[in-house]
Write a protein that binds this ligand. Structure first.
Ligand SMILES: NC(=O)c1ccc[n+]([C@@H]2O[C@H](COP(=O)([O-])OP(=O)(O)OC[C@H]3O[C@@H](n4cnc5c(N)ncnc54)[C@H](OP(=O)(O)O)[C@@H]3O)[C@@H](O)[C@H]2O)c1
Length: 255
C-alpha cells in the first residue's frame, strides 16, 4: 500500500494515538501521499499490528502521550530512522469522564488537560526543537479538536473545554510559528470509532438523523481533511479550525 512517489514523497510525519481509529486512518492516508510515518499508542501489541498493516515506511513507538520520556524516545527514533520532521498530527486525546461539570472529579479533569492540552503543546514544543519545518517545504501541524469545543455538549463538558483550548492553542501557535510552520486543527462531530461508540451503538440511524449529511463521520472523512491541511495545496491556510460535522452544528445539533 506504500506510494513512494506520492505528492508528499520524502516527507515524514508523527501521528500520536494511531493504533486504531482516526489516527490510524490519518497514518494510512499520509503513507498513500508518500510520507514516512511514526505512530504512537500506549498498547505495544496493537501498535505493532498497526505498523505491520501500514507497511515498510511506518515505525511505531509505544507510550503515553503525556509521558515526557516517551516523547523524547519518539523524536530520537524519528531522527535516527528518518532524519527529518515535516508533519505533526496531535491526535491522541482522551475523555474518561461523563457528567455535569459541577460534580466533576478534579483529578480526572487534570488528566484530561494533561493529555489533550498540555500534551498537544508539549509535542509541539519538542517537534519544533527537533527541527519541524526546517526543510524548504516548511512544516505542518494538525491538531484534533472537536465540535464539543464549539458548543456545549451534554455530559462531555470538560472534554469540550479541553478541545476549545486545543482550538485556541492552534490559532495562537499559528501566529507564533509562522512562517516556518502552519498550524491548523480539525473539529469533528461523531466519528465511528471505539472512542465514540457509546454515543451511537445500537442507535446509529437515530443519531445520524440529526446530521444534514445523513450519516455519521468515518475515520477516512477526517484523514482526507488532515491530509489536505498537511499538503502544499493548503500552503496559505494556517490558524484555522476546520469543522467536520456533516452539517450538524448548522442544524442546531451538539456532539
Ligand atoms: N471519534 C469521535 O467521534 C471524535 C470526534 C471528535 C474528536 N475526536 C478526537 O479524535 C482523536 C482520536 O480519537 P478516536 O476516535 O480515533 O479514538 P480511538 O478510536 O479510541 O483511538 C485512540 C487512539 O489513541 C491511542 N491513545 C489513547 N489514549 C492515548 C494516550 N494517552 N497516549 C497515547 N495514545 C493514546 C489509542 O491506543 P491505546 O489505547 O493503546 O493508547 C488509539 O490508538 C482524539 O483526540 C479525539 O478526541 C474524536
Amino acid at each position: 500500500m506504500t506510494h513512494p512517489d506520492g505528492p508528499l514523497s520524502g516527507r515524514t510525519a508523527l501521528v500520536t494515538g494511531a493504533s486504531r481509529g482516526i489516527g490510524l486512518a490519518i497514518a494510512r492516508r499520509l503513507i498513500m501521499e508518500g510520507v514516512s510515518v511514526c505512530v504512537t499508542a500506549r498498547r505495544a501489541e496493537a501498535l505493532a499490528d498497526a505498523v505491520a498493516e501500514l507497511g515498510e515506511r511506518a515505525i511505531g513507538v509505544a507510550g503515553a502521550a503525556d509521558d515526557p520520556a516517551h516523547r523524547e524516545e519518539v523524536f530520537a527514533r524519528m531522527t535516527s530512522e528518518f532524519g527529518r520532521l515535516d508533519i505533526l498530527v496531535n491526535n491522541a486525546g482522551i475523555n474518561p469522564v461523563y457528567g455535569p461539570l459541577a460534580g466533576l472529579d478534579l483529578d480526572a479533569a487534570r488528566k484530561v488537560f494533561e493529555v489533550n492540552v498540555i500534551g498537544t503543546l508539549a509535542w509541539t514544543q519538542q517537534a519544533v526543537r527537533a527541527g519541524l519545518g526546517e526543510q524548504a517545504s516548511g512544516g505542518a501541524i494538525v491538531n484534533l479538536s472537536s465540535v464539543a469545543g464549539d458548543v456545549p455538549s451534554p455530559g462531555i463538558g470538560w472534554y469540550g473545554v479541553s478541545k476549545a483550548a486545543v482550538s485556541h492553542l492552534t490559532r495562537t501557535l499559528s501566529v507564533e510559528l509562522a512562517p516556518r510552520i502552519r498550524v491548523n486543527a480539525v473539529a469533528p462531530a461523531v466519528v465511528k470509532t471505539r472512542f465514540a461508540e457509546a454515543i451511537y451503538e445500537g442507535r446509529e440511524d437515530e443519531v445520524a438523523a440529526a446530521y444534514p449529511a445523513g450519516r455519521l463521520g468515518t475515520p477516512d472523512d477526517v484523514a482526507d481533511a488532515v491530509a489536505y491541511l498537511c499538503g502544499d495545496g493548503a500552503g496559505w491556510i494556517t490558524g484555522q479550525v476546520l469543522t467536520l460535522d456533516g452539517g450538524l452544528l448548522n442544524a442546531g445539533g451538539t456532539a
